[in-house]
Design a protein around this ligand. Structure first.
Ligand SMILES: NC(=O)c1ccc[n+]([C@@H]2O[C@H](COP(=O)([O-])OP(=O)(O)OC[C@H]3O[C@@H](n4cnc5c(N)ncnc54)[C@H](O)[C@@H]3O)[C@@H](O)[C@H]2O)c1
Length: 378
């Protein structure tokens, strides 16, 4: 069984996200189908771990359709999503004489995808790239929407470009080797996308989580879930590609930041060591849910459903022993850095977000919500 989702960014060529089980062997065919007939060379960018697992298959598939293929492996981890790695990647492309009509393939998680996409966006002022995401987060989130970039020492994702891939190929069997915490982090983002934008998507995600808990999930169910998640993200992005700063409506790209306000604070006060980003977002969503309920938006029944869904994603690292005052300080810091007040993404109900200005939320309510969310959720 295979699914495909068509993405049509405004004013740019549309492309397909192909989702299947064992379809990595179709990479060559998909590349040929989405690139100009002049494409001769392909460079795969990956890291050692992922390349050892899946590189051979990707190389073979591209060679079989006549590409002259080479590969460059970056370091593993967020800190390698850097200008330094970017420079090495660009030098590799240049040394291998990639031309305007050639292609770069990102094989890996969001770190590899973001760096590769940015290298493709900037090399010769932009060449084609294909995403082959291998983490759940990359499948449903980072490979959809065209954001590419690298970090600076002063902050994450501060340098980048919008650059759409020519195609995205998702082989769900690559998730079989994904460490369980990475899976949990991706599943938290899946819960997020359903919660802010689409009750059916939320329910479908919960059904998958329940089957998984019972050890009865199927590849077909996973393929369908990923397809629905990609379609959702694509629909949000199509309408607000560049995340308009002034948009505060319930379909603005900004709603995808649900759980991120507190999530970032949790990551910051634990020096990015305790939580995977998605795990911190898992806790952050419970806080935002508690806030929504305290402000009379979300019903307690639905808050409970949200909590249950997050619990089903896996065990999140403890947040109960964190100092709430430190969290509040980190939240206030966030506020300064955006030069205004925090825009909280809250829920009116499951499937519908509401953006609320931080000035409308008293510190007392915020403290209560933190307490209720982080202590019980531990
Ligand atoms: N561009 C966007 O719109 C967007 C959106 C969300 C997140 N991001 C970015 O995505 C990055 C996080 O991505 P991520 O969560 O995929 O993390 P990641 O790329 O660091 O991958 C997580 C870990 O899993 C390993 N791995 C990847 N695939 C594997 C597999 N199939 N089997 C075994 N191990 C595997 C990686 O080597 C790594 O150690 C961040 O840099 C974030 O800023 C970008």
């Amino acid at each position: 069984l295979e699914q495909s989702v068509r993405v049509s960014p405004k004013g740019q060529a549309s492309y397909e996200i192909e989702i299947g089980a064992g379809n990595l062997k179709r990479l060559g065919e998909i590349a040929r189908g989405s690139l100009s007939s002049h494409a001769k060379r392909a460079v795969i960018i990956s890291n050692k771990r992922v390349f050892n697992l899946y590189g051979e298959r990707a190389l073979k598939s591209l060679s079989e359709v006549g590409f002259n293929v080479s590969y460059w492996l970056m370091g593993e981890g967020e800190r390698y999503k850097s200008i330094r790695s970017l420079e090495k990647a660009l030098n590799f492309l240049s040394t291998n004489r990639l031309e305007r009509t050639d292609v770069v393939v990102a094989l890996g998680g969001g770190v590899v995808g973001d760096l590769t996409g940015f290298a493709a966006a900037t090399y010769l002022r932009g060449i084609s790239f294909i995403q082959v995401p291998t983490t759940l987060l990359a499948d449903i989130d980072s490979s959809v929407g065209g954001k590419t970039g690298v970090n600076l020492s002063t902050g994450k994702n501060l340098v980048g470009a919008f650059h759409q891939p020519r195609a995205v190929l998702i082989d769900v069997t690559t998730l079989d080797t994904l460490p369980s915490r990475e899976m949990t982090a991706g599943l938290c983002e899946a819960v997020k996308q359903g919660a802010v934008g689409d009750k059916d998507l939320f329910d479908q995600t919960c059904e998958y989580l329940l089957s998984r808990k019972d050890g009865e999930e199927s590849k077909e169910q996973l393929i369908n879930l990923i397809a629905a998640q990609c379609a959702f993200k694509a629909s949000i992005v199509a309408d607000d590609e560049r995340e308009e700063i002034n948009r505060v409506d319930h379909r603005s790209r900004r709603i995808l930041n649900f759980g991120h306000t507190v999530g970032h604070a949790l990551e910051a006060i634990t020096e990015y060591k305790r939580f995977r980003h998605g795990e911190a977002v898992g806790h952050g969503m419970v806080v935002a849910g508690e806030l929504s309920s305290r402000l009379g938006l979300l019903s307690s029944l639905e808050l409970n459903d949200l909590r249950k869904a997050i619990k089903l994603t896996g065990k999140l690292p403890l947040a109960s022993n964190l100092n709430h005052e430190e969290i509040l300080v980190a939240l206030a810091h966030d506020k300064k850095s955006v030069g205004g007040s925090v825009k909280w993404i809250l829920l009116e109900k499951l499937g519908r977000a509401r953006i609320v200005d931080g000035r409308e939320i008293s510190s007392e309510v915020l403290r209560d919500a933190l307490h209720a969310a982080l202590n019980e959720n531990s």
